[in-house]
Design a protein around this ligand. Structure first.
Ligand code: ZN
Length: 474
């Protein structure tokens, strides 16, 4: 293809993208076709690339992957020999939480929402085509993205986190009285609830308002002032109430916790997604294996930050708890690996100027962990694509999964057209994802959101995302 033909094709691709973004899909519309030629495909699971193939996208799904596809009506994009991978999935985001959870916040919910929207667009254009927002008021943002009103990744959202008085979601100040509504409750990021009846009511409120799953603070945390790490609340009855409601809707519970006791209590109640766990030992990890449950790993926010640089708003209490967690990290990672616990990546990013660290987290298993704990690039990429895709498909049913109609996290015929094109192969060296210019194209749901495959002068050129450039003081 000469340069002119290529540019015209690219322009058409941009037009297709814009048109399909504006017009809602109609069953009678003839689906648009985009043919991406000349790429090496990594399907999300294989050890090798499929070299020099074409990928035909029809509407919002992948129709065909083969050499020399003929599609005369398709708009053609030249992948220029790059590597196509599934879009990245980040399983632990907090778009509406910001730094200083203990201190309250000077912004109202509207400004929080505006920033969450910017974060969503930034993450999408950084390569995250799906995120799981796990504690926070993103129920409306998810709906707006689904309806193509705002740009962003596909979102699975928990709504406000559930936790007891004195737990990890209770961010009231020392002088607030019993039952006081703290800032994070007022903007809808958390519930502070006690007793089975309140747990049932809050969990049902979340699901009624569109939560895809429930997030429970099942033990103490680091970034909060009043909850010891080994806190035993919530009670087994409260945990069971949350699991009961999730099941009523065909979904599951994910927990925040660090310790064996919290993991075992949650496992007994029927929890499926175990976040953090850096103080967990063989005692609970072998039970996770028996239950075939999943571990949500935070190699950057959980390991690197807790064992080194603490955010500047951390109090002495938080730093002390961070150091305690750090002592368990190496053993927890080793034991999770020993038992081959199914694992996916979640960055646990909070803070308005912290979004770019989601990519740092996605590469961290090969770069930031001590040498004997490192994962390979292939394993690391699977933890951000096919493995979370499998979890999301298996743990929620068609009654509570907006994206169940096709596969996520894989490049396969019939899967959602959520694909990235990289300069170089991230399964050989995942650290290349940290260089913004290496991500050449981002397609989500068949639409192009970033495109460096054409001349920067060309109108279909879609620039790279800019970091927020703001650092908000508390
Ligand atoms: Zn978190």
């Amino acid at each position: 293809m000469n340069k002119r033909t290529f540019l015209v094709s690219a322009l058409l691709a941009a037009t297709v993208a814009v048109t399909s973004a504006m017009a809602p899909a109609n069953a009678e519309d003839k689906p648009t076709q985009v043919l991406i030629v000349n790429v090496d495909v990594w399907d999300g699971t294989s050890e090798e690339l499929k070299k020099g193939v074409d990928v035909l996208v029809e509407g919002n799904k992948i129709k065909k992957i083969a050499r020399g596809i003929k599609a005369p009506n398709a708009t053609t994009i030249n992948g220029q020999g790059g590597t196509m991978t599934p879009g990245l999935i980040d399983m632990h985001q907090h778009l509406t939480l910001n730094g200083g959870t203990a201190a309250g916040n000077k912004w109202d919910a509207y400004v929080q929402g505006a920033h969450a929207s910017r974060a969503a667009e930034y993450l999408l254009r950084s390569g995250f085509t799906t995120i799981r927002d796990i504690a926070g008021m993103t129920l409306g943002l998810k709906k707006a993205i689904n309806e193509d009103i705002l740009p962003g990744p596909r979102m699975y959202v928990s709504g406000p986190a559930l936790g007891p008085t004195g737990g990890h979601s209770d961010w009231a100040t020392r002088v607030d009285g019993v039952g006081h509504q703290n800032y994070q409750q007022k903007v809808g990021n958390t519930h502070v609830i006690d007793g089975r009846a309140e747990w049932l009511k809050a969990a049902r409120w979340n699901m009624r308002n569109g939560a895809d799953f429930l997030k429970v603070m099942a033990g103490g945390g680091v970034a909060s002032e009043f909850d010891p790490l080994h806190l035993q609340s919530p009670s087994p009855e409260e945990m069971e109430a949350a699991v009961q409601v999730a099941k009523e809707y065909g979904s599951y519970v994910a927990i925040h916790a660090y310790t064996d006791d919290a993991y075992l209590k949650s496992l007994k109640a029927g929890v499926r997604s175990f976040e953090h766990g850096f103080l967990a030992t063989e005692k609970s990890i072998k039970e996770l294996k028996k239950a075939d449950a999943w571990w949500s790993f935070q190699p950057y926010g959980g390991y690197a930050l807790l064992c080194g640089a603490y955010p500047d708003w951390y109090t002495d209490v938080m730093i002390k708890k961070g150091k305690m967690v750090c002592e368990g990290v190496v053993n927890a990672i080793k034991t999770m690996k020993k038992y081959k616990i199914k694992t996916f990546n979640g960055s646990d990013m909070f803070g308005w100027d912290n979004w770019h660290n989601a990519l740092v987290n996605a590469a961290a298993p090969t770069t930031l962990l001590p040498e004997d704990l490192r994962y390979t690039s292939l394993e690391t990429m699977k933890m951000s694509t096919s493995l979370p895709g499998q979890f999301l498909r298996e743990e929620t049913n068609q009654n509570r999964n907006d994206f169940i109609a096709a596969k996520l996290g894989v490049v396969e015929e019939g899967a959602w057209a959520d694909v990235l094109i990289w300069k170089g192969s991230p399964i050989k060296d995942v650290s290349l994802i940290l260089e913004e210019k290496n991500l050449q194209m981002v397609m989500k749901d068949g639409k192009v959101y970033k495109n460096l495959l054409v001349d920067p002068e060309h109108e279909s050129f879609r620039a790279a995302p800019a970091p927020s450039g703001h650092s908000f003081n508390m």
